[in-house]
Ligand binder design. Sequence first.
Ligand SMILES: *Cc1c(COP(=O)(O)O)cnc(C)c1O
Length: 381
Amino acid sequence: MQLATKLIHAGVEPDPSTGAIMTPIYQTSTYVQQAPGKHKGYEYARTQNPTRTVLEKAMAAIENGSHGIAFSSGMAAIEAILHTLHPGDRVIASNDLYGGSYRLFTRLFAKYGIQFQFVDLQDASRLEQVIDHQTKLIWVETPTNPLLRIVDIQACAEIAHAHRALLCVDNTFASPWLQHPLDLGADIVVHSATKYLGGHSDVVLGVVVVKDAELADQLHFIQNSVGAVPGPHDCWLVLRGLKTLHVRMQRHCENARQIAHYLRQHPKVKQVNWCGFTDHPNHEIARKQMRDYGAMMSFTLHDDRLETAHRVLSSTQLFALAESLGGVESLIGHPASMTHASIPREERIKAGLSDSLIRLSVGIEDINDLIADLEQALQKA
Ligand SMILES: *Cc1c(COP(=O)(O)O)cnc(C)c1O
């Protein structure tokens, strides 16, 4: 079955009791048993919920895995994966990481004796140099935030497996429409469904997908033991979002392509980071592992002052000034004063996040309106 069909049908059956075509929201905490221990597979709603089960099956099919496990947020999903590790284990992660993941790794899990090392994995052979027998997990984000760098998933998987480590890919930025990490050799895919999967900026939820039954059992055990489960209404919202993921992503990518080219020729713009440009340093890898180039991008201004960036950011009318990404509406953000404000300026600049760096999550509005909005804002730069 092709992905567009899976997005609409995978995991979803008419409700057995009424024939309802859409999955009901099973807003219940427990289930009545016919006799002690005799039930229909549902005992208590932290452990199982039918709305959640449908979402988990759908996500397993959509990511070409065997099992999906849903959590109350992307961070809860990431936490569950880390709970499979033991003190002394080592994790090697790409260095341009989502801030929440970096915080979880270094501020919480590091104190339980798990070691983290952050490496620039744009050149996957760097992994070969640092991996050792204690390394149990490789953590990759691609494209990265906010510089839109690309990591070669297949190359990382081969190195990880040669050293008996697992590869986990945070697929939030690409979405399964653009990239299938499990097909490229990854063992675990994680999503903040809050972004493209939900797609309407109205829900917070996370999902892990794996292709190994034993690993799925471990994650289900953690899901039930920790209890960071999503409510049935939130599962339903993500199920609804999935049905239009392919249509939204196509328009997201089309709009982004036009905006990237528009920005690139703009006299006030210095550099545009978008992996669809043929001269993007990792373009060939993007072309190899992605269906299209996504709708996230960032750019810098010739006038690199913080105030100038702020003038642009507070002048857009359609691009809303907000954190997050992946919704139908366009967002604009300023890493230096928003998502990456906690990093000291010198370190931030060394990492490539200059004062004027502006990030866009391009939505699916009319392209002419979006460009007109950016044009009037850039005139104030
Ligand atoms: C948002 C995000 C997360 C965290 O997800 P939440 O749903 O906000 O908990 C993790 N990884 C990436 C790449 C994200 O963008």
